[in-house]
Each structure stands twice: as structure tokens, then as C-alpha cells.
Design a protein around this ligand. Structure first.
Ligand code: ADP
Length: 348
């Protein structure tokens, strides 16, 4: 269609005129081009860096941070702008280079922040009236003077309140634990994850029994005591067990595994439930993603925040979250806490 020299010039003009900063590398990470927007953002001239492997170029810490944001799917910030960097490979048959494109999301980020702040205030204010409604409804049922129908109604009120409280808790956690915009300050204490898991399981035995599910634990000893945020771990594990209960049909088995693997403490919740199609697995840990392919998934209540919270908890501890699943056979959701740096109890 186009001659090689026309295509070359066209691509060059597109890159140079883009308002988004763009950095072009060859397959060995030597910088081939930097457009004007990238020069301004990185405060360096193209002449000074082109021809150098990026680790030898002056703004190497910034470029390394941009590439690491590309891999983790997080944003990269300057003093006054927020970018979403994306890395594309160049070459059809064999790899000949890379292009990093930094999309300016400063406005979206501002909107997200004000939306988060609004949600934080509203969800906080919703909690107090809910607590008093739950208190009065419990007093009604404890008073004992209700007939069968009235008792049923009070139970429905209490279960509705429990659902609303869980939803508000998830909305709050998703906002405050968010590794990019969350304002939650981690409180690390020595944490025995095996004991924590046993306690959370004890709290879930009744809902599991209601669905004829067996809920067990598999602690692969010896397990280290880690220096982690207990509340965050509890919220992550609780969300995974809640999901396993929600998405496993009656008669199934749920096992919570805790083990050391690849230099990290790994927590896995395995179920014999619906499973997840391979193409859906990548999306799950994003905010507000809910699957609707299967009847059971469509009917289950939820906000699509649980797995986002699990990933946020893992990331705030420098770990990650992932799933291994086969549709129709079950899933195991994992998250890891690396046994390094701040996660280690200080050695005397
Ligand atoms: P929620 O459960 O509130 O919808 P989550 O972020 O916890 O939000 O989960 C997102 C989606 O992932 C769920 O809506 C469901 O479709 C799917 N999912 C989560 N856990 C499981 C599981 N154990 N088995 C099958 N599907 C699951």
C-alpha cells in the first residue's frame, strides 16, 4: 500500500506529533526515539538519550519506573500529571523493539479521587443508622413476643442489614486499600496467618453448613510469623471464602491452604464450584468486574469489589493475587505476601 520510506515517515510524524509522551526502544532496550511530549515530561532532550540503553541514559530512574508501571498496570506520576503507561511490542514475526506510550489520565485521576472521597463520606455516614437498625431489630427478636410471621420478617430485616453492611464494608475497603489512591495507613503487627485463617473459618461454618458445604483448612507447616496488616489480611481471606461459598453449589468442598512457596507466604482458597472461563480470569481482579455467563453467577449478589480488595491487600504487601481455575471444575484463588523487607519481623 505505502512505500517503505512513506510508512517510515508517517510513523515518525505520528509519534512526534502525539500529545502523549512516547519512547521507542529497540529489542535491547536502546532508546531509538523520544517525542516532544516525552522530552518535556522527562525533562531531557532526545539528543542526550537516543542511542543509549535506557539504564545508561540520564532519566533512567524515571524510565525504569515507567516500564515497571507498564508491567504492573499501575499509573506513573510527575509533580502535576498522572499517566497510564502502556508497552507495545514492535515486529510481526520476531521482536524488533518496544514502544512505551504514556496516556495522560490526570483528569480521570482527579475525578476518581473526588468520587472516592464522596463514597468514603457516604459509606461512613450509612454505617451508624445501620448499626442502630440492627440493634433494634435484634432487640425485637430477643423480646420473644413475636408470632411466627413477625419473627420471619425480623429475620429478613436482619439479613438485609447484614448484606448492606458487607457491601458498605467492601466499598470502604476498596477505596482505602487501593494501592494507587487509598489513604489507609498500614498497621503492621506480628501475624500468625494459620491462626487467623482458623478463626475466619470458624466464623463461616454456619453459612457453609446452610449450603451443605465442607469448609476445611490445610496449613503446610512450618509457617512463619509475618509482619503484616492483620485487618487487611482478614478482609482479603474473608472475601475469598465468601466468594467460594457463594459460587460453590450445595455439597461442595472448600479448602483454605496456607503455605510457603517461592519465598512468599501464599494463601489459597480452593473450591469445587463453578470455575471461571480462561478469558474471564484476566479481568476478575479489576474493580467492579462481575461475571454473568452462568445462571448461578448472574443470580449471586455482589459489587465486583471483593477480588479488587484481595489484589490491593496483596499489592500493599508487595505481593500479588491470581487464580487457577477450570470452568465447571472449581477454582483456587491465591494471594502472596513475600517473605522479605517490611513483611519480616525485625531480627534481633
Ligand atoms: P462479587 O463477588 O462481589 O461480585 P468479586 O470481585 O469478589 O465480586 O468477584 C468478581 C466475580 O468473579 C464474581 O462476580 C464472580 O463472577 C467471579 N468469582 C469470584 N470468585 C469466584 C469463585 N470462587 N468461583 C467462581 N466465580 C467466582
Amino acid at each position: 500500500m505505502f512505500s517503505a520510506s512513506f510508512s517510515h515517515q508517517l510513523v515518525r510524524s505520528l509519534i512526534m506529533s502525539s500529545p502523549d509522551p512516547i519512547i521507542v526502544f529497540d529489542a535491547d532496550w536502546q532508546i531509538l526515539a523520544l517525542n516532544n511530549a516525552a522530552e518535556t515530561t522527562l525533562s531531557c532532550s532526545a539528543d542526550a538519550v537516543v542511542g543509549h540503553v535506557y539504564t545508561d541514559a540520564a532519566p533512567h530512574t524515571e524510565i525504569a519506573a515507567i516500564l515497571s508501571a507498564c508491567h504492573s498496570g499501575t499509573s506513573w506520576r510527575t509533580n502535576d500529571k498522572v499517566y497510564q503507561p502502556q508497552l507495545y511490542n514492535v515486529g510481526e514475526e520476531s521482536l524488533i523493539g518496544w514502544v512505551a506510550v504514556l496516556r495522560d489520565i490526570t483528569q480521570i485521576d482527579k475525578l476518581n479521587r473526588s468520587q472516592n472521597e464522596f463514597i468514603r463520606l457516604v459509606s461512613h455516614d450509612l454505617r451508624s443508622p445501620l448499626t442502630s437498625i440492627r440493634g433494634f431489630a435484634s432487640m425485637l427478636s430477643a423480646a420473644g413476643a413475636l408470632n411466627e410471621k413477625q419473627t420471619q420478617f425480623v429475620e429478613k430485616v436482619l439479613s438485609g442489614i447484614a448484606q448492606m453492611t458487607a457491601l458498605i464494608e467492601n466499598i470502604q475497603d476498596a477505596g482505602r486499600f487501593d494501592p494507587e489512591t487509598g489513604f489507609y495507613e498500614m498497621k503492621r503487627t506480628p501475624c500468625d496467618v494459620g491462626m487467623l485463617v482458623r478463626r475466619i473459618i470458624a466464623d463461616h461454618l454456619v453459612p457453609a453448613e446452610k449450603q451443605e458445604l465442607t469448609l476445611t483448612v490445610n496449613l503446610v507447616e512450618p509457617l512463619p510469623i509475618i509482619n503484616a496488616d492483620n485487618l487487611m489480611l482478614e478482609r482479603a481471606i474473608t472475601n475469598l471464602i465468601d466468594n467460594a461459598i457463594k459460587f460453590t453449589p450445595n455439597g461442595g468442598l472448600i479448602t483454605v491452604h496456607v503455605m510457603v512457596q517461592g519465598g512468599a507466604l501464599v494463601i489459597g482458597v480452593e473450591d469445587t464450584g463453578l470455575g471461571i472461563d480462561a478469558e474471564d480470569q484476566k479481568l476478575l481482579f479489576q474493580r467492579h468486574v462481575r461475571l454473568v455467563r452462568k445462571e448461578h453467577q448472574r443470580k449471586a449478589k455482589g459489587s465486583g469489589l471483593g477480588l479488587f480488595i484481595v489484589r490491593s491487600v496483596a499489592q500493599r504487601h508487595q505481593g500479588e493475587a491470581w487464580v487457577v481455575s477450570e470452568s465447571g471444575k472449581g477454582s483456587t484463588f491465591y494471594f502472596s505476601i513475600p517473605l522479605s523487607n517490611a513483611n519480616l519481623i525485625a531480627q534481633r
